[in-house]
Design a protein around this ligand. Structure first.
Ligand SMILES: [Zn+2]
Length: 334
């Protein structure tokens, strides 16, 4: 494989600025006009049934939180987005979690509490207080449980002998299913369950990394004053993959349910999947009319306060993002 000189130069530059805190120093030179908003999903401390880029080990999460605590001024998301004329000595950051996994409470919350770091959790409200989970976790669970050594899917044969093979199949199927309409995606998931000889009907419990938050855990975190909750649709539906009427229902139900769970108004929303093609202006109008002021995307980058409030950028923190790459990322070098 041929690598261009420009790529080699960019890589060397990245390595150099990653060494000895240079990324933080360069950030200071550039000024602290933008906010670093980090995005997590699940945090786990035991073995994962099957590795996935959305589930980070607690040790790595702790290390990253200590870094933010030391080098950033971490504010509640909504406060950071509205700040005017920031003159602080540290760059601004906000912490977010998408989907609403129970481990945000059992694993992440104690770390955040110990360091006094505020965070926002975006809830897919239909899974709260249930034994169900978001479809991609069903897929991960079935791939980890299946005793089949191959999968015949759409006329192709996939090997499932090793965890690496299963993870590769998981990535491929996740990409395929998430661009389907909700009904078609559900049917595909059922067909996959049959092909894998697994049961789609499964009761997730507290000991599973895929178990979703309970009302009691949400209330406790909300009452602590440290954690804010936002909406993330009721069934984790990608807005552009469904009708506008259905999108409206998904948005409004999740806002209403989030408010019921916390007893507080809900001003924030995160678009499921969150890329530019996953939402449009019509959805933004519905969100505004429903009282939402801040909408999170998964478009990569730092975000300027008081701008693009209905589509602000964030940094996706990959599960294998070690602390050196993390330092580059949060200081805006990747
Ligand atoms: Zn999500």
């Amino acid at each position: 494989m041929k690598i261009s000189p420009a790529k080699v130069f960019a890589r060397i530059k990245q390595m150099l600025i990653g060494i000895s805190g240079l990324s933080a120093k360069l950030h200071r030179v550039r000024g602290y006009k933008k906010i670093t908003i980090v995005t997590y999903h699940g945090i786990h401390s035991g073995e994962l049934p099957l590795g996935d880029h959305c589930f980070m080990h607690l040790d790595l999460f702790k290390e990253q939180m200590h870094y933010l605590h030391r080098h950033f001024h971490v504010l509640p998301l909504e406060e950071a987005l509205q700040i005017t004329d920031y003159k602080g000595k540290k760059p601004l950051a906000a912490i977010t979690f998408d989907d609403g996994f129970y481990n945000n409470y059992s694993q992440a919350f104690p770390v955040l509490k110990a360091l006094g770091l505020p965070a926002t959790i975006f809830l897919s409200t239909n899974y709260i207080d249930s034994h169900n989970t978001i479809w991609f976790c069903d897929l991960l669970r079935m791939l980890s449980q299946t005793e089949n050594k191959t999968l015949m899917w759409q006329g192709k044969r996939y090997h499932l002998k090793t965890d690496e093979q299963k993870q590769a199949v998981s990535r491929l199927l996740q990409a395929e299913l998430k661009i389907k309409e909700p009904h078609d995606a559900q049917q595909a998931l059922q067909a996959l369950a049959r092909a894998l000889d697994c049961d789609l009907d499964y009761r997730y419990r507290e000991d599973s990394p895929f178990y979703m938050l309970t009302a009691a855990a949400i209330k406790e975190m909300s009452d602590s004053g440290l954690i804010t909750f936002g909406a993330h649709t009721h069934n984790h539906v990608i807005l552009t993959k469904t009708s506008l009427a259905h999108a409206r229902e998904e948005i409004q139900t999740s806002i209403r349910e989030t408010e019921k769970l916390t007893g507080k108004p809900c001003y924030s929303f995160a678009y499921p999947n969150g890329r530019a093609e996953d939402f449009n202006e019509e959805h933004q109008q519905i969100l505004s009319a429903s009282g939402i002021r801040f909408c999170a995307t998964t478009i990569n980058g730092l975000t300027a306060p008081r701008q693009e409030l209905l589509a602000f950028k964030r940094l996706f923190i990959n599960t294998d993002t070690g602390i050196e790459v993390f330092k580059l990322q949060v200081h805006g070098h990747r």
